[in-house]
Design a binder for this molecule. Structure first.
Ligand code: URA
Length: 196
């Protein structure tokens, strides 16, 4: 697993990248998706948020994090003085919804990774906030648990710089396990200390 380099996406600009994602047929998820979900937000944002994959709502609307978990993510971002229109770009590891929201297959993550890596290069954020185990493991190329990944600063080499990465719980998990919200707030504080 893990990012494999930007490959054929490496030289694309925003328009070319959007077009490539919209027409992507690199894996079988293109057969079942309604919409490829490119990402949303400020293309020059200081923060990027990286999630796992579109769910049913996102597949329908074509925008990441528009369901219940997305509302909690919006509240978390608001606490950091950001919103999906300003100060953040939100994208997923997978651009297309896996059937029944199953976890991404390794092959799907590998084929889709270049799109996210190119988005990271183009945004060139000061900070990446990764939500959830699946996204964290894919982006950081690790099998480590979320408990061991959160609460500290990782680095991702992209676009010629080392970008600080903070991992926290997925908002869908926090909806089921509200007692862990305190740890997520601490992770957000850590993120804000790296890029206010
Ligand atoms: N969960 C994610 O990880 N991403 C989305 O876009 C929606 C739900």
């Amino acid at each position: 697993g893990g990012p494999q380099g930007a490959g054929p996406s490496a030289s694309l600009d925003w328009a070319g990248l959007r077009e490539a994602v919209a027409g992507c047929r690199l894996c079988a998820l293109c057969e079942t998706r309604r919409n490829a979900v490119f990402g949303v937000g400020d293309e020059r944002a200081a923060w990027m948020v990286v999630g796992e994959a579109p769910g049913a709502e996102e597949d329908k609307v074509g925008e990441p994090f528009v369901g219940r978990a997305g509302h909690l993510l919006d509240a978390m971002l608001a606490a950091a003085g950001r919103s999906r229109r300003e100060g953040v770009f939100i994208a997923n590891v997978l651009k297309c919804r896996p059937p029944e929201n199953r976890n991404p297959l390794p092959e799907e993550a590998v084929k889709c990774a270049p799109y996210l890596l190119r988005q990271i290069e183009l945004v060139a954020p000061e900070l990446i906030l990764v939500v959830g185990k699946i996204a964290a493991q894919a982006l950081l190329d690790t099998e480590a648990s979320i408990a061991s990944l959160r609460g500290r600063v990782h680095r991702l080499h992209a676009g010629g710089s080392d970008i600080p990465v903070v991992v926290t719980y997925h908002p869908a998990y926090l909806l089921r396990t509200p007692l862990d919200k305190a740890k997520a707030w601490a992770d957000l504080r850590l993120a804000c200390s790296l890029s206010a």
